[in-house]
Unconditional design. Structure first.
Length: 222
C-alpha cells in the first residue's frame, strides 16, 4: 500500500484514506517525507507491534484543529498565568521536549514517537521548521509542547508536563505566538477529550484541505 515514484516522494490523494484515516504504508521517516506530508495534509503516525514498527501515514476525516480564538483557558489556569511562577522559553531545549513527549504516559501506553521520528524532528529543528515552547521553574524544564511550522501552518505534535498546568501554560503561549506572528492554521491531527476541554474542534477533510492551501500561501516567522 503506497505510491512511490523514482527518486521522489509520492502520496496517494487524501481522499483515498481508509475510514480510520490510514492513507499509506511505507515510505521514509525523514524530514523530507514529513514536510511533504504536511504540505498535502498527511502526517506520520507509525503502527507499532511490540518492538516492531511500520511506517504509516494518515489523513483522517474529520481533522482536529485549535482555532486561535477558540482556545479554552479555565479560570484556574488564568489565575496561574496571571500569578506567574513559570518561565516560558522558545527553542532552548527542543531535544529534551521531544524526549519527554516520547515517554509512555502510563502502563498501557505505547511509544508513538520512535527513535527515527526523533531524529527526523531534530533535523527539522536544525533546518528551522520545528519548534518547542517550554515551561521552566527554577531553571528546570517542567513542561512543553513541540511541533512543525510550515508557512502559515503549525502542526502541534505532542506536549508533556512534570508540574500541574505546565504543558497548558506552554500551549497558551504557543497559540498567542502563532496568532501574533500571522499563522492561520493549527493542526492537532486527532481530537481527544483532553484536547476538547482545551477547545479543540473537528472539521471535515475538505475544509481542512482548503484551509491548509490558504495557510501555505502565507509566510510568517515563528
Amino acid at each position: 500500500m503506497g505510491w512511490f515514484g523514482e527518486n521522489q516522494i509520492a502520496f496517494p490523494p487524501v481522499e483515498m484514506a481508509e475510514p480510520d484515516g490510514l492513507l499509506m504504508l511505507g515510505g521514509e521517516t525523514s524530514a523530507e517525507w514529513m514536510l511533504e506530508g504536511y504540505r498535502r495534509g498527511v502526517f506520520l503516525w507509525p503502527i507499532c507491534f511490540g518492538r516492531k514498527q511500520m511506517t504509516a501515514w494518515f489523513a483522517p476525516d474529520p481533522r482536529a484543529i485549535i482555532e486561535f480564538d477558540g482556545l479554552h483557558v479555565a479560570r484556574s489556569l488564568r489565575r496561574r498565568l496571571h500569578k506567574g511562577g513559570f518561565e516560558v522559553r522558545y527553542d532552548t531545549a527542543f531535544r529534551e521536549v521531544v524526549d519527554q513527549c516520547s515517554m509512555p504516559r502510563g502502563a498501557s501506553d505505547g511509544i508513538w514517537i520512535t527513535a527515527s521520528m526523533k531524529a527526523a524532528y531534530q533535523d527539522l529543528f536544525h533546518r528551522g521548521f520545528a519548534h518547542s515552547v517550554e515551561t521552566w521553574r527554577d531553571n528546570h524544564l517542567v513542561g512543553g509542547v513541540f511541533g512543525v511550522a510550515l508557512n502559515g501552518l503549525f502542526a502541534a505534535e505532542s506536549m508533556f508536563f512534570r508540574e500541574t498546568d505546565a504543558s497548558k501554560v506552554a500551549l497558551v503561549h504557543l497559540v498567542d505566538r502563532l496568532r501574533e506572528r500571522g499563522f492561520t492554521l493549527m493542526d492537532i491531527q486527532v481530537w481527544s477529550p483532553h484536547t476538547g476541554r482545551m477547545g479543540a474542534i473537528e472539521i471535515g477533510r475538505k475544509e481542512y484541505q482548503q484551509r491548509l492551501s490558504a495557510a501555505l500561501r502565507v509566510s510568517p516567522c515563528f
